[in-house]
Design a protein around this ligand. Structure first.
Ligand SMILES: CC(C)(COP(=O)(O)OP(=O)(O)OC[C@H]1O[C@@H](n2cnc3c(N)ncnc32)[C@H](O)[C@@H]1OP(=O)(O)O)[C@@H](O)C(=O)NCCC(=O)NCCS
Length: 197
């Protein structure tokens, strides 16, 4: 199916939920601001994802409205289905329908939820959505060069390294490389069968 999403998604407001075996990706709600504000206090994770500054209450409210109104973004909260626990955020951004390319992101903000397979499930849901439902051909991610966990994670999913932006990221008084990675729709289908479950 090629770019025949619901009208809500076209407006960039409320993407329909993506439901996996253990996690569900659902659209952001106003009530999520409390999570976003708490998470953005975590300077170490912010450094790992390239988000150098924290957010004030007003910033986070503006972010929520921006995300909801951005037609080039399909942004979700990552929720563990078992008990509705909100553990992070994930989505497609900078979606370029003409070029059939999109960027992708996942952040499991709650550290105690790392290494349980939730990030993998969230990304597979997003890639299936991007390639099978939205008709994109390519999904790309930029990874902070010292974020070893993320580099391993994306490689394991099947992303390939395209190159490094030399000194592309300035953090904590130093320059770091910024790694560009991508996966194409046929590579995804070959590795994962085009299905997240
Ligand atoms: C990087 C990140 C997205 C990975 O998500 P995650 O949920 O921790 O990763 P997963 O559990 O899916 O996969 C990681 C490991 O868990 C293992 N795993 C997968 N399914 C599992 C399961 N059901 N139970 C236990 N472990 C599992 C995987 O084998 C993998 O191990 P390995 O790659 O070392 O072999 C997450 O740690 C994170 O958000 N970190 C901080 C922010 C960040 O760096 N985001 C990425 C920006 S580019």
């Amino acid at each position: 199916m090629l770019f025949t999403t619901g009208s809500d998604e076209k407006k960039g407001t409320r993407p329909a939920p993506l439901i996996g075996r253990r996690v569900c990706l659902r659209a952001l709600r106003r009530g999520d601001l409390v999570h976003l504000r708490k998470w953005l206090e975590d300077a170490e994770i912010r450094g790992l994802i390239g988000e150098v500054s924290s957010m004030s209450k007003e910033d986070s409210e503006r972010f929520l409205e921006k995300v909801r109104g951005d037609a080039k973004r399909a942004w979700f909260m990552v929720v563990v289905k078992e008990d509705n626990r909100v553990i992070g955020e994930a989505g497609l951004l900078r979606m370029d329908r003409a070029w059939r390319t999109t960027d992708i992101s996942v952040i499991v903000w709650e550290r105690e939820e790392w290494d349980k397979g939730y990030g993998t499930e969230a990304v597979l849901l997003l890639l299936d959505h991007a390639f099978r439902h939205l008709g994109f051909h390519r999904a790309a991610v930029g990874v902070v060069g010292f974020n070893e966990r993320a580099l391993r994670f994306w490689t394991k999913i099947g992303f390939r390294k395209e190159g490094v932006q030399r000194d592309g990221y300035y953090y904590d008084g130093k320059y770091h490389g910024f790694v560009l990675m991508s996966i194409l729709d046929d590579e995804f289908r070959e590795l994962h069968g085009g299905n997240s479950s």
